[in-house]
Design a protein around this ligand. Structure first.
Ligand code: PLP
Length: 388
């Protein structure tokens, strides 16, 4: 199906709601039945029928169809956060005594799920440098049930060879899960490489307006039905219809936003790389990126995120540089309309939190929808603070 058809038309049954162009927010927890026959009929399949909004809601169902089509999978579930989707995906595949192989430095709360939460239930893990398939293979054990990938991750952009991972895991009967938030389904479709479950923080690019927290889990019809009947219904971390309508609206401009953000990021990252006050820039689509060829092979594009090591004489200079920026907000998250700067130095000196092991001259930037020339002028004036 053409991307435009998915984003503009798929799942939208306009005749069912007065030919409205924007689908209605069916803000109802409950659905009633004309008689007991219809009641019994609906209960034969709570995933498909409207019984109760924890299971299925018409507005949410439109979003699910679009997301499954974008990822090229049989079905999709949406959650109240990306972390909710990650947790449901991982928990659904393991029992006590099982083992998970996970790439090093995944998203922080994914790491917490593996290191803090799952050990309480007898599930162990090994973190590996997933840039080499041999490292992943060496970490697999007879009790390994999940290979968890995040490619690229959202700070150093380490990449895994998805085709090789999919093949290896399938040959051992291991379920593969990937966090695809960085690339979005527009630029990377892991199912086409044999990856089983795809999760997103839809809070980032999919919604794209920094006004909803949402999680996405895509997979085959069978796997999604299993997760629906267990983790989705019992843990209950669902997305409400109002938020679903906002994400549907966000998806209308997914292609425009991603391409704008990507192109602006390439322009700014390339310019920074040549700047005398910059030591190094990390973006998977810069030719200087160590895994550039693999990025090009399995991704159609990249996003607005990149990391920069500056040449700075002191921590004070770095702080001064950040404070001089006008076009970049100091904030976590990314994928919205607004450009951001997240300096590692921000994580230093927080009471009760050990000093970050990351170097203090590192800043992760996210490039939003503003004019890239305006952002470059802003970076240029702020870099006056840096004297090495
Ligand atoms: C933000 C993020 C998450 C968590 O998603 P939430 O919507 O914040 O719960 C997971 N993975 C990645 C890569 C993220 O950037």
């Amino acid at each position: 199906m053409h991307l435009s058809e998915i984003l503009v038309h798929l799942g939208e049954d306009r005749e069912a709601y007065f030919n409205a162009v924007s689908p209605p927010v069916i803000q109802s927890s409950n659905f009633a039945f004309p008689d007991l026959h219809a009641f019994r009929e609906a209960f034969t399949d709570e995933l498909a029928n409207h019984v109760y909004t924890r299971g299925n809601n018409p507005t949410v169902a439109i979003l699910r169809q679009k997301l499954a089509a974008l990822e090229g999978t049989g079905d999709c579930l949406v959650f109240s956060s990306g972390s909710g989707a990650v947790a449901a995906a991982v928990i659904s595949q393991v029992n006590s005594g099982d083992h998970i192989v996970c790439v090093q430095s995944p998203y922080s709360w994914t790491k917490a799920l593996l290191t803090q939460f799952l050990p309480r239930f007898g599930v162990t893990h090994t973190f590996v440098d997933g840039r080499k398939i041999e490292n992943i293979e060496a970490a697999l054990r007879p009790e390994t049930k999940v290979l968890y990938l995040e490619s690229p991750n959202s700070l150093t952009f380490d990449i895994q060879d998805l085709e090789a991972c999919g093949r290896l895991a399938r040959s051992r009967g291991i379920t593969t899960i990937i966090d695809n938030s960085y690339a979005s389904p527009l630029f990377q479709q892991p199912a086409s490489f044999g990856i089983d479950l795809i999760v997103h923080s839809g809070t980032k690019y999919l919604n794209g307006h920094s006004d909803v927290v949402v999680g996405v889990l895509c997979g085959s019809k069978e796997k999604i039905r299993q997760i629906f009947e267990s983790e989705y219904m019992t843990l209950g971390g669902i997305l409400g219809p109002h938020d679903a309508a906002l994400v549907i609206r966000g998806l209308r401009t997914l292609e425009l936003r991603m391409n704008r953000s990507f192109q602006s990021a390439m322009k700014i990252a390339g310019w920074l790389e040549a700047h005398p006050k910059v030591e190094r820039v990390l973006h998977p689509f810069l030719p200087s990126f160590p895994q550039h060829d693999l990025a090009r092979k399995q991704m159609k594009g990249a996003g607005g995120l990149f990391s920069v090591y500056f040449k700075a004489g002191s921590r004070e200079q770095m702080e001064d540089f950040i404070h001089r920026l006008r076009g970049f907000l100091i904030a976590v998250s990314w994928g919205g309309h607004e450009s951001l700067a997240l300096p590692t130095i921000g994580f230093y000196d927080i009471p009760g939190r050990a000093d970050s092991p990351l170097p203090w001259n590192l800043v992760r930037f996210y490039i939003g929808l503003e004019d890239p020339d305006w952002l470059m002028a802003d970076l240029d004036q702020a870099m006056a603070a840096l004297v090495s």
